[in-house]
Ligand binder design. Structure first.
Ligand code: FUL
Length: 493
């Protein structure tokens, strides 16, 4: 018995409801959109997903002390960049193809890169620009000039504030600082809440009022996404290597978890959950050097082009977004070595993804939802906002593209229209070279999401077939693209 009704009666009601939904779905030759599969992303989350690649900048007191975590007792006058130029950061990020910059406005040592009314531990108490400097002002202006989004990291953990640990008072202090950084610098696209807290067993225990902080972000910057271990908008990917799981759902179930030590297990963060309750997509943060902050002895330890490419494929290529950290140096500049490596990365990615070999190819599917809007060709039209839909009553389907002359590819890029929910859970890609050849499998995978990039051995084909084996609802494919990786040297100096 369920709720006092007999099981057959419940099943009959369920069948009637399913039939009703199917009627609503496609009827009388009228074209209707597929029904979303919950949970779906908010408008701000969708817009964020499209950015894919942004810069993190760790630049603050630690830059000048050589630490990674400061104590909070540093003299503000130690903050002394000699040639700070946020336009150089912005130009470097833009040329690398990044779409935004998130700056450590305040790290765990509590030093504020803007003149804060609420503390003396800030740039106004340094000698930089005679105490009239404001790094947030300079960077937000530069971001606007270079058409980049601007975001802030504001560490909840604060080792300088005497109020820390006196929970209501510190929460007021943090809320006031949040208001400052979200009010005076134009649009903010992301607010980054670090979960770190190194207070030992005898340290101060601060109970943060994240609900209040969230309300402030929503009030002042309604389009900004909030990052933390548990979102609410964007989640940590569970490691600092820049790698999302090969299976990577945009959903997790955050109930019962907090931030930092009380956050969800790394596996949930890394892989997401097929049946997760909330849409909280992963962001892969990783530094271009071993440290988050600049250390001169790491000038020759900038990650190699091969490592950065691998990170790209394991983040952007696995339904993640890549937040690549640039440790700005003591001059206040992105170091020449880092800037050169970023140029190499951009050149390599541009060369590899220059020409989609499947664009405009003939496409057919074994099943398609009625309506030209949902035809197989929509997956190869170069428009990420159109898609092939396999039909209301199926959770599998195959899409085949055919070329007049053979194409050789070693990169496959797949995408789902995420506004309708993340659906695909198992697929294969096969190819044949000539209509009489047997099909051979070139790739097999699980999730797709915003973007799934598969690196495969060079494959020559006149036909390529994507088979969706399992999905959480009707399969929808926004893009099936094929590329040949650049093999020539792209070194840029
Ligand atoms: C961590 C911090 O403790 C590191 O210093 C750095 O800011 C990194 C991005 O997040 O939790």
């Amino acid at each position: 018995m369920i709720g006092g009704r007999s099981r057959p009666r419940v099943l009959a009601v369920a069948a009637w409801f399913a039939a009703l939904v199917a009627c609503r779905d496609v009827g009388d030759g009228e074209v209707r959109e597929p029904i979303p599969v919950a949970p779906v992303p908010s408008a701000r989350q969708l817009a964020w997903s499209e950015l894919e690649f942004c810069a993190f900048v760790h630049f603050n007191m630690n830059t000048f002390t050589g630490d990674e975590w400061g104590s909070g007792a540093e003299d503000p006058r130690l903050f002394a960049p000699t040639a700070l130029d946020c336009r150089q950061w912005a130009a470097t990020a833009r040329d690398a193809g990044m779409k935004g910059i998130i700056l450590t406005a305040k790290h765990h040592d509590g030093f504020c890169l803007w003149p804060s009314q609420f503390t003396e531990h800030d740039v106004a108490h340094s000698n930089w620009r005679d105490g009239h400097g404001d790094v947030l002002r300079e960077l937000s202006d530069a971001c606007r000039e270079f058409n980049l989004k601007f975001g802030v990291y504001l560490s909840p953990w604060d080792r300088n504030s005497a109020l820390y640990g006196d929970s209501p008072k510190y929460n007021d202090y943090y809320a006031n600082q949040l208001r400052e950084v979200l009010t005076h610098y134009g649009d903010v696209f992301e607010v980054w809440w670090d979960g770190a807290c190194g207070e030992g067993p005898n340290g101060k225990t601060q109970v943060y009022d994240f609900e209040r902080f969230t309300r402030i972000v929503r009030e002042l910057q309604p389009n900004a996404v909030i990052f933390s271990d548990v979102g609410p908008d964007v989640r940590w990917v569970g490691n600092e290597n820049g790698f999302a799981g090969e299976t990577c759902w945009s959903m997790i179930s955050p109930a019962g978890y907090g931030r930092g030590a009380t956050g969800p297990p790394a596996e949930m963060l890394n892989l997401g959950l097929r049946d997760g309750t909330d849409w909280i997509a992963p962001e892969c943060d990783v530094s271009i050097r071993p440290g988050w902050y600049y250390h001169a002895d790491q000038d020759d330890a900038v990650k190699s082009l091969e490592t950065l490419e691998a990170i790209w494929y394991a983040s952007v290529g696995r339904n993640g977004s890549l937040l690549l950290n640039l440790p700005v140096d003591r001059r206040g500049l992105v170091h020449e070595h880092d800037a050169a490596r970023l140029k190499e990365l951009r050149a390599k990615l541009d060369a590899t993804f220059a020409r989609d070999l499947a664009r405009g190819a003939h496409a057919r599917a074994d099943a398609t939802r009625p309506g030209r809007e949902f035809a197989a060709e929509r997956a190869v039209d170069g428009d990420a906002h159109t898609y092939w839909a396999a039909g209301a009553n199926t959770t599998s389907g195959a899409l085949t593209v055919t070329f007049d002359t053979p194409r050789t590819f070693d990169r496959i890029v797949l995408a789902e229209p995420l506004a309708l929910g993340q659906r695909i859970e198992e697929f294969t890609v096969s190819k044949r070279d000539g209509g009489n050849e047997p099909w051979s499998e070139v790739a097999r995978g699980t999730t797709i999401g915003h973007k799934r990039i598969l690196c495969v051995p060079a494959s020559r084909a006149t036909e390529v077939r994507l088979a969706i084996l399992r999905a959480r609802g009707e399969p929808l494919i926004a893009s099936l693209e094929l590329f040949a990786a650049a093999t020539t040297s792209t070194a840029v100096r």
